[in-house]
Design a protein around this ligand. Structure first.
Ligand SMILES: Nc1ncnc2c1ncn2[C@@H]1O[C@H](COP(=O)(O)OP(=O)(O)OP(=O)(O)O)[C@@H](O)[C@H]1O
Length: 225
């Protein structure tokens, strides 16, 4: 439950990660609703592991301390499925045994019961990313960039309360990349979602428009003040 004075958005409160007893990173940060925090840093500095921790599935060889709060609620003790966090990785991970449209419809919360409405929402999502007419296709028949677009829409259709994006635009060509990331950031703004974006791409960071947190070799960073 949120109490009146607790801040909205995603709060990483004194989060530290250790891998096999060695400190990996520390971060203390708040991402306000509708804004993006971009995390950049060297390969291996722990960016993806930080997202795993926030989402609730950090590997057991890591030790973590600190809290993840979302809109005033402490998520740290909750299992991943109760955190309502949308995740998007570099690899799209669509369900191979479902059509593209079924993949999208499956993500829509069960509270939306009417099948025709679910179908319309999924069709609209496809249209939004320039893939009208691809609904009946098997995901494996789509190009990598097309799969990415479907996976991004699937993440948004699930009505997450926060978004974690791990290099999600890297398989898209330059022009498409600009369009799709604008679509994602606009959706996050409209819905008031806090977004944590991991990227190596400075154009992504510029387009995100929020703070940038750089992790250095020691795992400490700056940008979250
Ligand atoms: N499956 C794994 N098993 C063991 N160690 C792992 C595994 N995945 C990552 N690590 C280690 O955890 C540390 C952090 O990795 P992580 O993937 O979080 O870094 P990253 O900053 O996201 O890197 P990149 O920018 O290359 O994706 C690294 O030392 C890495 O070797």
């Amino acid at each position: 439950m949120q109490t009146p004075n607790e801040p909205l958005g995603l709060v990483l409160q004194d989060v530290t990660l250790h891998l096999d007893g060695v400190p990996l990173l520390g971060i203390d940060c708040r991402i306000e609703p509708g804004t993006v925090l971009t995390v950049m840093g060297e390969s291996g500095s722990g960016k993806s592991s930080l997202l795993d921790f926030i989402a609730g599935f950090l590997r057991p060889d890591f030790k973590a301390s600190g809290k993840v709060m979302l809109d005033g609620k402490d998520l740290t003790p909750l299992p991943a499925q109760e955190r309502h966090i949308g995740l998007m990785f570099q690899t799209p991970l669509l369900f191979p045994h479902m059509s593209v449209l079924q993949n999208l419809m499956f993500a829509i919360p069960a509270a939306i019961r009417k099948r025709s409405l679910r179908r319309d929402m999924a069709q609209q999502a496809l249209a939004d990313v320039g893939l009208s007419g691809f609904g009946s296709r098997d995901p494996a028949t789509l190009s990598g960039g097309q799969q990415t677009r479907v996976a991004l829409m699937r993440t948004l259709l699930a009505e997450p309360h926060a978004l974690l994006l791990d290099e999600p635009f890297s398989s898209l060509d330059k022009a498409r990349r600009a369009d799709i990331r604008a679509l994602v950031f606009d959706a996050a703004r409209q819905k008031g979602l806090p977004v944590l974006l991991v990227t190596h791409d400075e154009e992504d960071a510029d387009a995100a428009g929020g703070k940038v947190h750089f992790l250095d070799e020691s795992g400490s960073g700056n940008g979250c003040a």
